[in-house]
Design a protein around this ligand. Structure first.
Ligand code: PLP
Length: 381
């Protein structure tokens, strides 16, 4: 196992990831495949670090956004099915084929390029067709010409058109249903032309829980794998998998009137005890939590005071008994014992939960826990 050489680290509870995966699988049933979304380094948890647990507990695919993410997984896992949900420019498509990665496409041009590389490398590249049902981000525009083009793609000899999918805007149930109906209609039109695709999918985490009737035969959950709830109508039992931890590195007395951190934005209103904790915005902690954030020490909230620096910040320990250098501080917890959970961190930081998790940087080692024991450590640098 790699050495842990930093006291600020992200602890990932693999038992919780397994618990979430099993509950997701149970929710959708055997008939629905799961493309487990591990883009953005597995929403911060470490894509490579969680991949095996996902694939062994109900995932059929690992889904990412970029070729680079796909290649990182391929280097570690020769046999897993990997799916790029985003666009890959023509000049990179050769790598997709060489590495047996399933690619999203929405043009005949790219289908042809992949087909040709299939010929060259004696492979049958696998693709999923992206169809735009309203999001206006990627995908075939909704038109008869698009259906014609998909038909043409399906006739390419060296290409496996395995699936078709779309992405919901999550506007409201009425709008989401319109998008779903559009995709169903396209699938029907294709089937009338004799084109049958194995996988059809439109749902992410929130929609997979809220709209069981739109699951088709594959879903693409991300957030819920990591125990993050954003759904409104359905229910699904989940456990947050991550805890961001650090240690107090320095404890000092600061007299009334003294300033702390840049510009002395914070000044002591009383004689205070100030702790320095070794994490900052370069670790992905939102700088705009200056004046709002806190860490949890001895199950008590220690407010972050002064401007959050790149690598460190200071916390007010005056009201917490007997904090010593080396004591543990929880930056993000699951909300119990006065910890800041991801949901509340996102509210404080005026952003969403996925951003809070995915911005946790490469400088933060990942420590994986199973049965309360450390089973793996990943250092990126
Ligand atoms: C990120 C992403 C998902 C997963 O989103 P969650 O909200 O985290 O479940 C699904 N599909 C696509 C196309 C995505 O980009």
């Amino acid at each position: 196992m790699e050495l842990l050489l930093r006291d600020t680290f992200l602890e990932v509870n693999l038992d919780n990831i397994i618990y979430n995966m099993k509950n997701i699988k149970e929710m959708v049933g055997e008939e629905v495949a799961i493309a487990a979304v591990v883009k953005a380094n597995g929403y911060g948890h470490g894509a490579v670090g969680v991949a095996q647990e996902l694939m062994e507990n109900g995932a059929d695919y690992l889904a990412v956004a970029t070729l680079t993410e796909a290649l990182d997984l391929r280097r570690h896992f020769a046999d897993y099915k990997i799916f790029i949900m985003g666009f890959t420019p023509d000049k990179y498509l050769e790598h997709v084929v060489k590495n047996d990665i399933t690619q999203t496409i929405f043009s005949y041009r790219q289908a042809e390029i992949l087909n040709d590389y299939g010929n060259k490398y004696n492979k049958i590249p696998v693709v999923h067709i992206k169809y735009d049902t309203g999001f206006n981000r990627l995908g075939f525009r909704d038109s008869k010409e698009s259906i014609d083009e998909i038909e043409k793609i399906s006739k390419l000899p060296n290409l496996n058109v395995e699936g078709i999918f779309s992405h919901l805007a999550l506007t409201n149930k009425e709008e989401d249903e319109k998008q779903y109906r559009k995709l169903v209609k396209v699938i029907e039109s294709l089937e009338e032309r004799g084109i049958k695709l194995k996988y059809k999918h439109i749902e992410d985490s929130i929609s997979a829980v809220d709209y069981p009737e739109f699951r088709m035969n594959m879903i693409r959950p991300g957030a819920i794998i990591y125990g993050i709830k954003g759904f409104h109508y359905g229910t699904l039992d989940l456990k947050q998998a991550l805890t961001l931890k650090t240690k107090v590195y320095n404890v000092r007395k600061v007299s009334k009137g003294e300033g702390v951190s840049y510009s002395y934005v914070w000044r002591a209103e009383r004689d205070s005890i100030i702790g320095t904790v070794p994490f900052g915005y370069a670790d992905g902690y939102p700088r705009n939590l200056t004046g709002k954030g806190f860490v949890t020490i001895h199950n008590q909230k220690a407010p972050i005071i002064g401007i959050i620096c790149m690598d460190q910040c200071m916390v007010d320990l005056t009201d917490i008994e007997e904090v010593c250098e080396g004591d543990e501080a929880i930056i993000y917890g699951d909300g119990t014992n006065n910890t800041l959970d991801i949901h509340n961190a996102s509210l404080l930081g005026s952003t969403n939960k996925n951003e809070i998790m995915s911005r946790i940087g490469m400088r933060v080692p990942r420590v994986y826990i199973k049965d309360e024991k450390i089973v793996n450590i990943i250092n990126y640098i």
